[in-house]
Each structure stands twice: as structure tokens, then as C-alpha cells.
Write a protein that binds this ligand. Structure first.
Ligand code: SAM
Length: 305
């Protein structure tokens, strides 16, 4: 068995023995591993990616079974793409700071941090207490420096400006109209869209020149509030790239998403005209040649920035 399989088997067996929710059992198994009481049988030096993948398998099993059917973990294929782009954008920077304002299980954040190993620290915000507990034990096992905030990510955040925001955003109406009034993208009638407010919150927490990489709904620019969004982005952000993801990654094509890359302009950038938006489509991810060409396109785009 591979290390990932051994890690999954260890967590799965322990979680299965616990009474109550399987996901609570996953947390107990991780705590037991962290305390050194019991450990999975692994060979050689186990990597952070092997640990993340073993944990991911157990969390996915738990999510299917019970309490969290609405919280979709970001799939690895997307995490790996976002990780490649994010680490390329900060290639020459030390001590990179990240924020995920809707971090869920942390799977996306950890995939990105593992891709820039050792150089990053992060803040993770999530409203669901169980997911934060899962994310926190995972961070300890992965030895990733992360501060967790169990709160509504659209409420004031005690987080210093960061170099990168990465997030797979919740999509839909934001029910807290009183809080939404603090945002420019609150419409004059009806509820605001939470994904719009997350863009605004993220840009408010980015350093000038910092980037936001968002996984978001494909009909973003076609909604009834898209005019509000476009006006806001024109004033406060540079749209750097729109990257279409393969339909095969989504069970239902109407739930397809894309990666939107925004940059918070520095004063210099704001005075100049906006650069061209890089438009790209991720090819069939099983096709090595096409993927190599895609990554080359990303590299060239970043070099020319
Ligand atoms: N990237 C995550 C992962 O890999 O597990 C998945 C993120 S999931 C698509 C969106 C997350 O946003 C959910 O976990 C949900 O609980 C969280 N969420 C929704 N509304 C929120 C809010 N107002 N503040 C913070 N988190 C919120």
C-alpha cells in the first residue's frame, strides 16, 4: 500500500470505531496521531502531499455520509492548477502571506501551500465549526502555519493585508442585509450576492499589487447584478485572467466554475490603462502535451507581467 492509502486506512479504521459522526472520528484519529499515541504505518519520509491526500480521502468519505453534504471540498485537479499559478505569481517572494476567507476543510489552501512549501503562512476563515476543527487538525499534521477564524468571512476580519487571497467561493445570496450594507456591492433592492461581497472583502485585505485567485461561477458576468460587479471591479481591481475549467470536473455543467485572477492595483498601476486580460481554457487534464502547453502559456503570461 502507498503512504496515502496507509494514512487513509489508519484514519478510516479509527473513525469507524468512534460513536457519532464519522467526521468527528476523523478529528479524534488525527488528534491521536498528533499526540503520538497511535500512528499510521508509513514507509520512508512521508510527504505533506501524501498526508493531505490521505486526509482528503477520509474527509470526502465523511462528507458523503453525513453532516456536510452542502460543503463541497475543492477537487484536487483545481487545487493543483491554483497552486501552480499562485506559486508562480510569488516565485521570487519570501514569507508569502495568504488568506482564504471561505476555507472549508482547507484542502484548497493546503494544496496551494504545499506547492510553495516552507515559504508561506496563512489565515483561514470558515463559518462552519466542524470544518474548522477538521482544517485545524489537518494543518497541524501538515505543519503549515495557519491562523483560523471561525466566523462569517464577510464580517470584519482581524487579518493584516496579504500577498495572495485564494478561495473557492460560496455562490448565492448573502442573507445578512445589515452587514451587506457595509459593502459597495450591496444592491439598492434585494440581497447582495455573497460571492460579490467576498471579492470586495478580499480586495480590502490584499496588499497593493497582491493577487486574488477565485474559483467562481461561470455566469458571474451575466447575472442581474453584474453591472454592479463590473463597476466595482473597474474602480478597485485589475482583471488579470479568466481561466475556464474543463466541464468534466463538474458533475453538472450548470455548476461549472472558472478561475478569476484579480490584482489590487498599486498607485502606479491605477494611473495606467488596464493590461489585457489573459483568457485561457484548461485542456483535457489527462493529455500531458496539452497540459505542458497550457502551463507554458501561464509561465509566459507571468513573465510578461
Ligand atoms: N476550498 C474549500 C475546501 O477545499 O474545502 C471549499 C470551500 S466551499 C466551496 C465554500 C465554503 O464557504 C464552505 O465551506 C462554506 O461553509 C463556507 N462559507 C459560506 N458562507 C460563508 C461565510 N459567510 N463566511 C465564511 N465561510 C462561508
Amino acid at each position: 500500500m502507498t503512504n496515502t492509502e496507509n494514512i487513509f486506512t489508519f484514519i478510516d479504521e479509527k473513525a469507524g470505531q468512534e460513536q457519532g459522526y464519522y467526521l468527528d472520528g476523523v478529528i479524534s484519529a488525527c488528534e491521536s496521531w498528533l499526540s503520538g499515541k497511535e500512528t499510521p504505518r508509513v514507509t520512508g519520509n512521508v510527504t505533506k502531499e501524501e498526508i493531505r491526500k490521505g486526509l482528503q480521502l477520509a474527509i470526502l468519505k465523511g462528507m458523503k455520509q453525513s453532516a456536510q453534504p452542502h460543503h463541497q471540498m475543492t477537487p484536487d485537479a483545481i487545487g493543483i492548477l491554483v497552486g501552480y499559478i499562485a506559486s508562480s505569481l510569488v516565485r521570487n517572494q519570501n514569507d508569502v502571506t495568504l488568506l482564504d476567507p471561505a476555507a472549508g476543510t482547507g484542502n484548497l489552501l493546503y494544496t496551494v501551500m504545499n506547492s510553495m512549501d516552507g515559504t508561506a503562512s496563512a489565515s483561514a476563515v470558515e463559518i462552519d465549526d466542524l470544518l474548522v476543527r477538521l482544517a485545524a487538525v489537518s494543518a497541524d499534521l501538515l505543519e503549515q502555519p495557519i491562523r483560523f477564524y471561525v466566523q462569517d468571512g464577510l464580517r470584519p476580519l482581524l487579518v493584516d493585508p496579504v500577498d495572495l487571497v485564494i478561495s473557492d467561493l460560496p455562490v448565492g445570496y448573502y442573507p445578512d442585509d445589515d452587514n451587506a450594507l457595509n459593502f459597495e456591492m450591496m444592491p439598492t433592492e434585494g440581497h447582495a450576492y455573497s460571492h460579490h461581497l467576498f471579492f470586495e472583502q478580499s480586495l480590502n485585505h490584499l496588499k497593493p499589487g497582491g493577487f486574488g485567485l477565485f474559483i467562481t461561477t461561470v455566469n458571474l458576468f451575466e447575472s442581474d447584478q453584474s453591472e454592479l460587479l463590473q463597476k466595482y471591479l473597474k474602480r478597485h481591481a485589475i482583471i488579470r485572467a479568466i481561466i475556464q475549467l474543463p466541464d468534466s470536473l463538474f458533475r453538472n455543467v450548470s455548476h461549472a466554475k472558472f478561475i478569476l485572477i484579480l490584482q489590487k492595483p498599486t498607485e502606479d498601476m491605477a494611473a495606467k490603462s488596464a493590461p489585457d486580460v489573459m483568457l485561457a481554457k484548461v485542456p483535457d487534464m489527462m493529455d500531458k502535451n496539452l497540459m505542458t502547453q497550457f502551463f507554458r502559456k501561464i509561465d509566459n503570461w507571468i513573465e510578461e507581467m
